[in-house]
Design a protein around this ligand. Sequence first.
Ligand code: FES
Length: 580
Amino acid sequence: MTFKPAAWPRKLRSQEWFGGTTKDAIYHRGWMKNQGFPPDLFDGRPVIGILNTWSELTPCNAHLNDLAQRVKHGIFEAGGFPVEVPVFSTSESAFRPTAMMFRNLAAMAVEEAMRGQPMDGCVLLVGCDKTTPSLLMAAASTDLPSIIVTGGPMLNGYYKNERVGSGTHLWKFSEAVKAGEMTAEEFVEAEASMSRSPGSCNTMGTASTMASMAEALGMALSGNAAIPAVDSRRRVMAQLTGRRIVQMVKDDLKPSDILKKEAFENAIRTNAAIGGSTNAVIHLLAIAGRVGVDLTLEDWDRCGRDVPTIVNLMPSGKYLMEEFFYAGGLPVVIKRLGEAGMLHKDALTVSGQTAWEQVKDVTNHNPDVILPAEKALTQSGGVVVVKGNLAPKGAVLKPSAATAALMTHRGRAVVFEDIDDYKAKINDEDLDIDETCIMVLKNCGPKGYPGMAEVGNMGLPPKVLRKGITDMVRISDARMSGTAYGTVVLHTSPEAAAGGPLAVVQNGDFIELDVPNRRLHLEISDEELAARLANWKPSHPEFTSGYGWLHQRHVQGADTGADLDFLKGCRGAPVGKDSH
Ligand code: FES
């Protein structure tokens, strides 16, 4: 840790709008004063943007206005001037074709909102899956002092006295209905029990994973990730975050001071320890691309390889985020990584302390939720990266959510050309498939869907489910919800729509998955593969205008984070020309 705080007081960028007695200054201040702000708020104190992803169509973030008020309290207490700014909210549950298509649009819009307006620092108020990475990407590209506070997870769900997890039980119950083990009426009855309070998914899905990633990267205060949305301590966290950002601006503590390679390696190991979502792979690669850190898929495999999954949460384990919080939450996990020599202890965080300083004295209150290493869900919990002629640039698999017996498997490919083809065929009793086959889904990557939908965990055919089989090897260029599970190979790169080898797999081909040797092989000759690729023609839908057009032309592969090519890098926050 080599950070040296800047001298204070000094002139901040917001004074380029609000300072002085020129016509322009009076123009900027005057309009703000229509809200009843007293004159001393414009005296050069830090102006903090509370970037709020509240939306009633992003249900996981629908309580953020309440937290924003707590953030404001904290900013005022510390001598700052809070301004609440609504920003593009990407709802995982509602946005079509997929929220992921708009992560980059949100990041671009928020970046410009930060740069173009009088803000000296920002509180990123987020919750649902894509809101966290999109705002982190924006903060990384502007490099304005920024801190995350998340909305927190929902309370535990219960149905018939059993825990039900967001998403995880949606997939489980859906398969149970298909297998004839649950009625449609019971499925509807279970629906309300999954979402019984404000907050994000209560499993270790992508939202909880990304909240954990923000904390492990050092971009949120310690303990933020697991506090339930409705717990009063979530409000305390919001207020403390508001206080902290003011000091960060005074110190000029920026994302680039925190988001070093070491921080990303800490986050990757944390992801393995918590059994986190495969979506974190794409998001961390994209965030790293914004700060110029050279992070690769190989780093994911290397850093996560020997990290045991010790957090016993769905979808990999048994409990939910509420119990994780009661057990001590993420600080306990980070402490365990530190004790095992798997943490860059000196990594700087937004608190001004190192990663180790802020967790070294915490206690695990429930060893059945945060397990001892010898009882880990899997000893090698890191996201696995497989490569081969079917995925020259890599594909990922989450071992803690997979079936051990399927980690080495050879099977006959049953191919679906796109998600509509899958939906049309999967319930057909005449489909030539059994549990030894490998399901292959094409055209669901960043360009192909477009947006890379969470459809990689294709439901199994009913005739296989009725045999009591719950898992098969599935391969696609899609993503998978962090709440999902199964032996699912995802993010196959290059994607089918970009002419990757996945595009030319045919029914009846044999595929070999060999996770221990990190291999994904299509059993055809090099000549045959080259001939098929030479004859390939794209079949995915193409936008001719609008944001979809921009996205399809500029989105990069999942192996580098699926950012838009022209958004990579840190552009800083220079004060632009005044138009008045
Ligand atoms: Fe929003 Fe899961 S759908 S957090």
